[in-house]
Design a protein around this ligand. Structure first.
Ligand code: AGP
Length: 368
């Protein structure tokens, strides 16, 4: 086991730091100069393009990855994309039709809720696509077609490198689905370029490791942590909070920043730490205004912003900053989750909890 951990103390730590490499293997052979290749989908792209709806189905981190990639898939496909937590789809027996494409996302490919939802979608006649890290898994075998994320074996119960690889694979899938549109050609080409640069940007953001350890030390005594995101980074808020909950055993909620005024604002005081994700994208000015409102209520703010943006995000009061490299808007969630993974990791170590095997949890939830 020690050999597999290499120079790292824990698998979660190793898997966080492996991401420049895992993302490289995820993209290997799939990016051309101006186009993408996904062998597992090529015979089904026409059917997907003619779908009435694309439905993402998953649990936990896999659901969050699909949520992060949804805006770009909607943009490039022009098809409505809806999100389903597998257990909720099953509880509701939500309508699924022959004209739908249902995309099942699962690191293990063995999650019971996701597999039961797959059976349900198959019986309703939808085209079923699998996105998994596990070759030969039940999900890979039972779907009509799919893509392996090729992130390499993930051992820590907290999913880290699979999350970023899932986002990248769904982004490449969106590029493949949108490949016949002339109007989005330059946007597609610029995202393909950004994908090639992504492993280097991930290397850069991993240098925040010590800073995140310091931040974890300052948050050691907290009872609760809120994370506000929106747009591409709503998923980052949910996923960051999930990491803090599951390994640091600390209450944390990821929230849509646009909902802040509709209730969560009442929680704000000088003690509750709040992380606001305010990297540059189309939602930036709305996030600036969220920060101002939190300052006005004397919130204890930690702002994640693009490098060099400190003055634009933190003018109205004091706040701690997490400065991250700027990448293309739809890939920013890959960068932004990494400081939060590091934060959750360091909080867990400082609190003395089991990093790789948190209490009550299993890597793969194979019972309902
Ligand atoms: C992630 O850190 C969790 N361990 C959990 O939410 C997980 O993502 C979920 O159980 C789904 O697993 P899967 O991707 O293997 O289907």
């Amino acid at each position: 086991e020690q050999i597999k951990k290499g120079n790292y103390d824990h698998f979660m730590q190793k898997e966080i730091h492996e991401q420049p490499h895992s993302l490289t293997t995820t993209m290997r052979g799939r990016l051309r100069d101006k186009s993408v290749v996904l062998g597992g989908l090529k015979d089904h792209l026409k059917t997907i393009r003619h779908s009435r709806r694309i439905i993402f189905v998953g649990c936990g981190t896999s659901y969050n990855a699909a949520l992060a990639a949804r805006p770009f898939l909607e943009e490039l496909s022009g098809i409505p994309v809806t999100m389903e937590l597998a257990s909720d789809l099953l509880d509701r027996k939500g309508p699924i039709y022959r004209e739908d494409t249902a995309v099942f996302v699962s690191q293990s490919g063995e999650t019971a809720d996701t597999l039961l939802a797959l059976e349900y979608a198959l019986s309703n006649g939808a085209l079923c696509v699998g996105i998994t890290n596990t070759v030969g898994s039940t999900l890979a075998r039972k779907t009509h077609c799919g893509v392996h994320i090729n992130a390499g074996c993930e051992i820590g119960v907290a999913s880290t490198k699979a999350y970023t690889s899932q986002i990248v694979v769904i982004t490449i899938m969106a590029l493949a689905i949108g490949a016949d549109s002339i109007s989005t050609q330059s946007r597609r080409e610029s995202i393909i370029n950004s994908l090639s640069d992504l492993p280097d940007k991930v290397r850069e953001v991993l240098r925040l490791d010590n800073e995140m350890k310091d931040l974890a030390e300052s948050l050691m005594q907290m009872q609760s942590l809120l994370i506000f995101g929106r747009g591409y980074n709503y998923a980052t808020a949910l996923e960051g909070a999930l990491k803090v909950k599951e390994v640091a055993l600390t209450h944390s909620e990821g929230m849509l920043a646009g909902e802040m005024k509709h209730g969560p604002l009442a929680l704000v005081d000088e003690t509750l730490p709040i992380i606001v994700i305010a990297t540059r994208d189309a939602c930036f000015s709305q996030q600036q205004s969220v920060i101002q409102q939190l300052h006005a209520r004397k919130g204890r703010l930690i702002v994640m912003c693009s490098s060099g943006d400190a003055a634009s995000v933190c003018s109205g009061g004091s706040c701690r900053l997490i400065e991250v490299p700027l990448v293309a808007d739809c890939l920013q969630p890959v960068i932004n989750i990494i400081p939060l993974q590091l934060l959750a990791y360091h909080l867990t170590v400082l609190r003395g909890y089991d990093v790789d095997q948190p209490r009550n949890l299993a890597k793969s939830v194979t019972t309902q």
